[in-house]
Design a protein around this ligand. Sequence first.
Ligand SMILES: [Ca+2]
Length: 306
Amino acid sequence: MIFSRAHLRKQQGAALALALFATAALGAALMVVLAMAEAFLADSSWEDQRAVAKRVALSGIAIGSNPSVMRGDALLRSPFANGQNLDVSVLSENARLGINSALESGWLRELERLFIALGLDSQRASSLADCLADWVDSNDEERLNGAENEAYRNNGFTNYPSNASFKTLDEMALVQGMDALEKVRPNWRDYFSVLATGGINPNDAEPELIAAICGLELSQLTPLLQVRSDRMAQQGAAAAFKDLEEVRRLLGISEDAFQKISEKLALDTSLRRIRSIGRAGKTESTIEAVVQTSGGSQKMLLWQQR
Ligand SMILES: [Ca+2]
């Protein structure tokens, strides 16, 4: 089918109007929810306030899931009267390392560097990378410092390892050697995902993750991080790096040397992790969700509430 330019412009205009309408509608819906919540809060119990906080957090997930809402959008951080407020962060899921994908790609050296950056000594880091690879590979042959069924059986765990991809990060925590990581870095889960695939996103990932996975010194990232934070402060997510060539130039790496590094990076944002904190009175409710946007449809891949 051939469309005239005027027809296409009309379509684009309609799409923009729809996106603006969706954003405005979200804002209006949020204001209604919060006005109701505010009236309700004036004389309410802790349980009631907690319910309001949860409703505020739910509004945040609805806003953060909208593809037209970008990181840095004012809608994501809104203070309200009576101690209510909303705090939403939206990040690409590739801000974390997709552990299944990394193991499939054989990134054991990269994982070892990351575990060292997170606080393990090199022996433990190397051993943990082997144990993770043994957990997901289909065979029962132990790697040099790995662990297969016999090692787990000796410790009373007869059904480990699963010899299949990790389904959750809690399953990853069962791998031999993860207790040592938990001890030195209790928040290790923030660096990993069982949903992300491919490379990590240089727009959103923590500096130590980018450095470890790409085999760079932290100091090499300084210009990249400076530009990233300056632009984010001035223009929000619209200023994100849109091509890897710009990332390469900021890292000061030759085109040849960058070839191997570029496969560890990805600018894809089709998976977004939304963390929404709703507060009401003295209560707080946090909801975390991972949403996949593909074409015009969205799919919820993770939902955690606390
Ligand atoms: Ca195995």
